[in-house]
Write a protein that binds this ligand. Structure first.
Ligand code: 5CA
Length: 164
């Protein structure tokens, strides 16, 4: 990545994510990319890594409890909702973009893995742990940060599960 990919001034949402990281004891640098990082594929291209190294931060809602769940999923995996639901003990539904924004304080395409308005019960795709570095959204559809997956797991106190 060259210096031209980043700017010194990062947007307020990315600053919030960086400050949340510090509170969790995680030393990250949010980067504002020149190109979109809205999807895992976009982010992989912008960051120069494989799609598998991109952390998708996906919000689900328990069909019975109404409780939000955050799944941190490798960009190359598609969640087996039935399997994850069996693990959680209730069926899952996908909230719409507006609900996700209400629950997290961030818009789809920039949902970070932590720093949400309310704490979310968080689960992590075991496949992310195979990488030396993964990249996650930092609050906007052009903001990302790099982190060791195990440091991320520790910081968000995620339970590691198989999502596929
Ligand atoms: N910035 C990238 C990579 S770090 C990112 O946020 N990827 S993501 O996968 O976590 O976010 C996009 C995801 O949002 C999509 O996989 C999709 O599952 C979900 N999504 C997209 N549009 C909607 C929508 N209208 N309602 C609910 N979820 C949506």
């Amino acid at each position: 990545m060259s210096d031209s990919d980043t700017t010194a001034a990062i947007p307020p949402a990315a600053q919030r994510v960086q400050e949340a990281a510090r509170r969790l004891g995680l030393d990250i640098t949010a980067r504002e990319m020149a190109e979109s990082t809205r999807t895992a594929e976009d982010a992989a291209a912008a960051c120069g890594v494989t799609v598998g190294q991109i952390v998708k931060s996906l919000v689900f809602v328990g069909a019975q409890s109404g409780r939000p769940y955050l799944l941190l999923v490798s960009g190359s995996n598609r969640v087996n909702e039935t399997g994850v639901a069996a693990h959680l003990g209730e069926a899952l539904r996908r909230p719409d973009g507006r609900s996700v924004r209400d629950m997290t304080g961030f818009a789809i395409g920039g949902i970070p893995p932590f720093g949400h308005d309310r704490p979310l019960r968080t689960y992590m795709d075991a496949d992310l742990l195979q990488y030396d570095v993964v990249w996650a959204a930092a609050g906007t559809p052009r903001s990302v940060f790099a982190v060791h997956p195990d440091r991320l797991r520790e910081a968000v106190k995620a339970e590691v599960i198989a999502v596929v």
